[in-house]
Design a protein around this ligand. Sequence first.
Ligand SMILES: Nc1ncnc2c1ncn2[C@@H]1O[C@H](COP(=O)(O)OP(=O)(O)OP(=O)(O)O)[C@@H](O)[C@H]1O
Length: 226
Amino acid sequence: MTNIPILSVSRLEKSYPQAGTAPLKVISNTGFTIFSGETIAITGQSGSGKSTLMALLAGLDTPDSGTILLKEQNLNRMNQDQLARFRAKQIGVIFQQFHLMPHLTAMENIMLPLEILKYHPKKIHTRTRRVLEQVGLTRRRDHLPAQLSGGECQRVAIARALVVKPALLLADEPTGNLDNNTGEQVADLLFDLVTSSGMTLIVVTHNMDLAHRCQRCLELKKGKLQ
Ligand SMILES: Nc1ncnc2c1ncn2[C@@H]1O[C@H](COP(=O)(O)OP(=O)(O)OP(=O)(O)O)[C@@H](O)[C@H]1O
């Protein structure tokens, strides 16, 4: 961990409209700073707004007000093209349900972000091979997601998130869909890769073993991260 802020959130607000009644305020005037290389767990009761917060931090949803600065760039001041490119380069996301492209092989799934960013084909192949090796899937590289186990699918998803070397890695219940043993192996791999590369990780989880692997554990309560 360093003392360089990588993510600065201030006065963030997010509500959802509700039929016939006042909007549901999910994120309420919250602010926090995350430093480069930190590993952060976000916990909170079901419905407390963890996935909502992750979607805002990932630039997948827009807040009602407030600012999200990643590497001093304001996510909500970018146009759609700028945001799409910035997200592809700077933000890796890992979901509970893997979200792999079913018709692409493990290797093709991992290559995809590099292709979207129009990297040179040689660089795409070198990076993809290296990451496949890091997640131990070299021999499974030509398999489709349906031919892989849950743990293998999540390793592909981790590789896909890491292959662009993003500034920020967001993981929403990354072990939630796996049995305990497999979940532990995936968590070992995730933390090994994150700490060896000095990447910044925010993980949302109900799993306290996973949360306690992080340097800081924050709780989302009454719309605020505390
Ligand atoms: N698109 C939406 N439209 C309306 N309400 C929503 C929407 N998305 C989430 N909500 C509501 O916002 C609240 C927070 O939901 P969110 O999924 O962020 O919570 P969570 O902490 O991630 O929950 P869980 O731990 O169960 O996944 C919930 O009351 C949910 O019903």
